[in-house]
Design a protein around this ligand. Sequence first.
Ligand code: AMP
Length: 417
Amino acid sequence: MQKFIDSYDFAGKKAIVRVDFNVPLDENFNVTDDTRIRRAVPTLRKVLDKGGALILMSHLGRPKKVDPKFSLRHIVGRVSECLGTPVRFADDCQKADGQAAALKPGEVLMLENLRFYAEEEGKPRGLAEDASDEEKKAAKAAVKASQKEFVKKLASYADCYINDAFGTAHRAHASTALIAEYFPDDKMFGYLMEGEINAIENVLKNARHPLTAIIGGSKVSSKLAVLKNLVGKVDNLIIGGGMGYTFVKAQGGHIGDSLHEDELIPDALEILKEAEEKGVNVSLSVATVAANEFSNDAERKIFDIDDIPDGWEGMDASPASLENWKKIILASKTILWNGPVGVFEFPNFAKGTLQIAEDLAEATANGAYTLVGGGDSVAAVTRMGYADKVSYVSTGGGAMLEAIEGKELPGIAAIRG
Ligand code: AMP
């Protein structure tokens, strides 16, 4: 049964915590952004302050074998600084028995990168490119078999398990899901996970209406499941960014050289039809800031969204589109935003995305609940200094997307189940 970090008695216990310390490092292996470490601190301090000891486990990067470049040893100093206490290090996450057993209340041990082992992800490694189906199957079975021992070893270090790694909650890996089985009555979410889950439920389950989703980004294909799930739930669906042009083309508009996916036109039409049947207001750009080439310094011109000449491509939402969207946003009580409404990487085409960030801050100040997720949207609110002016900024890109697709995330199910 799921337990709760606030009421669990950690005194004299060892907690193994899955954190997401997959932080960026510079060429000298210094941590360049410690946000992920700092966001785990409330959970970690709680355990220590209640008389528990910590065993921290994480992945870093995508190593396919033991590789010193991806050692978590590089971040021990920063974790220690953020926690305000020394942190010991176990060179091998599978050989930490002695160090784990020796931990006293208030002490912290961090395990080496879980992904030095194929068993963490449970996927075979080093298969020849021309491996036969039989060989692939056998390799998969072998790693699944050794995965059981891998998980068991990690679990043997501790008395309870905390998952505070939302960024990997959509993966059924050893440390994010499988390990929970060894702690049927001693498993719980950390504060970060609780915060993420509450934020998603505030939008998908308990939303105050009107509920508006702003979905942007490059491709319909990567957010099709998101759109399909949201169209049954929201009152307003704002579709911006590159993906909007597929919808415009689907309705017969001329989009010049704008990004689009012809093969997704039937899906776009289906979403529009379903929205109409359900009385959902779909709002696309009315006009676009277009460029004569894909570059920041391109010539810029505004065209109606369905009348973009050949040789020009839509790159950002126009002021008129942003005015429309602002009205919708400010009239909403719950707003979800995922994905930029323009080519945010180019300063000359980032205005629309930054304006959305500003509108969300204004809506939040007026009492709306606002959830922001996805790399560029989070970067936009952060760049505008609004990270504290929206209700919640999600830490998980892929995990957040899968959650708003309506999927149950393995990392969440493993604790609740
Ligand atoms: P996603 O990862 O799907 O959220 O998409 C983010 C990407 O969408 C960013 O790299 C943006 O530059 C890109 N994007 C947004 N609007 C456009 C557009 N109008 N044309 C091309 N790319 C765009």
